[in-house]
Every structure is written in C-alpha cells, then in structure tokens.
Design a protein around this ligand. Structure first.
Ligand SMILES: *Cc1c(COP(=O)(O)O)cnc(C)c1O
Length: 427
C-alpha cells in the first residue's frame, strides 16, 4: 500500500530543517482550507450552517485566522481560549462558550464579550445569574441524553459522562431561563469523540430536532440553533474510513425535513433552526504532522528507534495507546521489512510513537513523520521531565513556510520561577 500523503519531499524537508531544527509541527494550509470548504459545501444544505472550531484541538491564532477566513467561528471552554479567539479576530456570537465546571470570572468575561454561553448544568443558571447580574438574552444548554431508548445504542454511554443536563432538567432549565428573561435559545449536545460512524451524527441531530419540537410544544420555546458538538473522527488507521460529509449532511437534512418541516406541523416555518457544529479533530487533525529525526537506534529485546521528539510533544500514543501513522521521508516506497518501537526520550516507558510497527529500515539521521497530529497534538503537550515542546510551522498555500509558534526554550520553562528570590532563600 502506498504511504500516507505528506506535502513535502525529503529534500524540501531537509532544507526546512536547516532553518528550523527538528522536532516541529507542520500544518498544511491548502489541505486544511480544501477540507473546510468541502465541509461547508456539504452542510450548507442546512439552514444557517456554521462550524465553531474547537480551539482546544489546535490553539494557534494563525490557524484560527485561516479557519475564520473559511467562515468558521470558535468553540471555547476557558477564558484564555476566548482571548485567543479575539486575537484571531473572532468575536461576539462567533464564539461559542461550551465550558464545564466554569469559574465565575470566565462567565463574566464570556458575557462581556457577547459570546454564546452554553450551560453544562441546571445549577449554573443561578451561578451565572449571580456572576453577571441576570441571564443573557441568548442562552444555550448542553443536553446529555443518558441511557437512551432502544434502537439508539449507537450513541454509546452518555450516562457515564460528566457533561450536560438530563432530559427532565432540560425542560426545567429552559422554563427557568425564559422566566428570568432569556429571549433567544440554543440547544447543544456532544456525546462522543473520534466517532467514525456516519449514521451516529445523523441520529444525534435527529435527537436534537425532536427535542427542539418538544420544547416548542411543551414550553413554547423556539430554539434558534442546534449544535451537534464535535466528535467527528478521522481515519488514523489505514483500514479506517473517513466520515462522509455529504452523506451526513443529507441525513441531517432529511431528519430536519421529517421532524421540523413535515413532521410535527408548522411550528418552525417562519424561523428555520440553524445547524451548528464544533469539531476540531476532523478540521485540522489530518493536515498536521510532527516531524522528528531518528537520533538513536538500539538493539535489545526489541529494536528501538529513538527520535528527538517525545510524548511531551504528542501525548496521544502514550496516553491512549492511540495509533498514528509513521512514515520515513525518502523511504515511502521501501519495503516495510523491519519491526520497530519508535520512542521518545521521556523517562516513561509509554513514550512510544509506534509499538512493534512494520517500517522500512530506519537509519540514524532519517526524518520521521508522525501523521494526523494536527489536532489534540501539540495542544496536549506538557513539560514533564523538563521537556521543551516543539514549535509549529505553517506550509502556506503558495508553498512558503512560516513559523507560527517557536519552539520552547529553557527560559520559557523557567518563566514561572523567581530566581532572584531563590538567591536569598535559606534552605
Ligand atoms: C473537545 C471538544 C470539541 C471538539 O472535539 P473533536 O473531537 O476534536 O471534534 C467540541 N466541543 C467540546 C465541548 C469539546 O469538549
């Protein structure tokens, strides 16, 4: 099987490493934009479609600016993420604030900036009202469907998730905020992550549309949007298949037509319900790469290739045993006749980018590409073992490369320490 796509040749990559030593992340703007356009085109058959890019997946304002240029908003779950969105030029209701266990000051800031506040719990109504002195005109709730009725097994086990309001709470909550003066309403859910089933998303949307109809019938509340959350998966493994945007969009449209238009009379005729999502993984994941160099080889009970990146740069394999495709620059067509563990330098044995993986023979100095690292990659990085995280490069659509975040330095690592105080500190 042909190796996975990578936008630069070995020579181009070697040239790049002269200016930017490994390890680094590389993001492919052209591919990212094409995907964003494909998603938008597919889902534009739904009224008011908007994707709010979940900032936590790739919190880089350069990337966010590109995505905003493609019409995306931002989904934030913390105050710094809101600030970052503003720096990228995303403001007001283009920011969805889907947080949980939210501190008071974050609600205050989100409200001040006019972000859409999406509450994770019924008790947050009073908490928010106390923080900001009332209820915003527009308010949304995150629904947790819990143990669903038969035939909906596809939705997994939301009853074990900490998020959202139960079904009875949802009705109570909307009634309460309406009484407190809310005028505009949204409805949100997110019950899975890295899901590859097309039908799963259609089911989720249908569930939200049905709930929207119930809210209208029982409380005379008309939601102006449903937000299906994130969670669209990507094919990390070669045998997996990407979610089909057109299939999902058409399925959701059918659910909309069944439930909202034809189904239960004409309650939504005048104002169509907008369709939102807040994905990250599928938006940037496949278009980001961690580029690292083989610096050691070790022959003990297994064959090891030691690289100059570590789990501190990309935690997913170590944390979840997640699979990431690994290729070797310039050896795309070579036989995969070796079996390696490709490992980083952390003093943790789970610091392995690939375990017992069939790869071509790797020599010291080879450039190793770790694929599908564009979401929940560098963002999840950390500084354990005083590891300094890799920087980020953007391959622009015109073929040029810009650094969009430099690599960390020792000074960054020390930035929160006061060495002056230490000098006079008596042990
Ligand atoms: C993490 C998260 C997302 C994005 O998830 P993906 O799986 O990357 O699409 C969206 N919304 C919320 C509330 C999240 O926590």
């Amino acid at each position: 099987m042909a190796d996975r796509y990578f936008p630069l040749s070995k020579n181009q990559l070697e040239v790049l490493t002269k200016q930017y030593p490994t390890p680094f992340y590389l993001y492919d703007e052209k591919a990212m934009r094409e995907n964003a356009q494909k998603l938008t085109k597919a889902f534009s058959i739904l009224p008011g479609f908007k994707e709010f890019f979940a900032v936590k997946g790739l919190p880089n304002p350069f990337i966010m600016k590109i995505l905003a240029d493609e019409g995306f908003g931002a989904d934030c779950s913390s105050l710094p993420e809101i600030i970052l969105s503003e720096r990228a030029g995303i403001e007001g209701e283009d920011i969805m604030f889907t947080s949980n266990e939210t501190p008071e000051k974050e609600y205050i800031y989100a409200n001040l900036k006019g972000a859409v506040i999406n509450l994770d719990d019924i008790t947050h109504i009073d908490y928010l009202a106390k923080a900001i002195g009332g209820i915003p005109e527009l308010i949304s709730f995150r629904y947790n469907p819990g143990p669903l009725k038969e035939g909906n097994a596809i939705i997994g086990k939301p009853e074990e998730a900490k998020y959202g309001l139960t079904r009875p709470q949802i009705f109570e909550a909307y009634a309460k905020v309406k009484e407190m003066g809310a005028k505009r309403f949204g409805l949100h859910t997110m019950v899975a992550s890295n899901e590859l089933s097309n039908d799963y998303f259609i089911e989720t949307a249908r569930m939200l549309y049905e709930l929207a109809v119930e809210l209208k019938e029982k409380l005379d509340i008309q939601v102006e949007f449903i937000n299906m959350g994130g969670g669209i998966g990507i094919p990390y493994k070669p045998e997996q298949k990407a979610v089909d945007y057109d299939y999902v969009a058409q399925g959701v449209k059918k659910a909309y037509d069944d439930v909202i238009c034809n189904g239960r009379q004409d309650c939504f005729k005048t104002t169509p319900i907008k369709f939102f999502m807040e994905c990250a993984r599928v938006i940037t994941g496949p278009y980001g790469y961690l580029v690292t160099r083989a610096i050691h080889e070790k022959h003990i009970y297994r064959e090891y290739i030691g690289v100059d990146a570590s789990m501190a740069d990309l935690m997913r394999p170590g944390m979840y045993g997640a699979y990431h495709e690994v290729t070797v620059a310039g050896k795309e067509d070579a036989d995969k006749d070796h079996v390696y563990d490709v490992v980083g330098s952390l003093c943790e044995n789970c610091d392995k980018f690939a375990v017992q993986r069939k790869l071509p023979k790797i020599d010291r100095g080879d450039l190793i590409i770790i694929h599908d690292a564009g979401a929940h990659g560098r963002a999840m990085g950390f500084n354990y073992n005083a590891k300094l995280r890799a920087g980020e490069l953007l391959l622009r659509s015109d073929g040029s490369v810009v650094q969009i975040r430099r690599a960390e330095t020792v000074d960054d690592y020390f930035a929160t320490l006061d060495f002056k105080k230490l000098a006079t500190f008596r042990a």
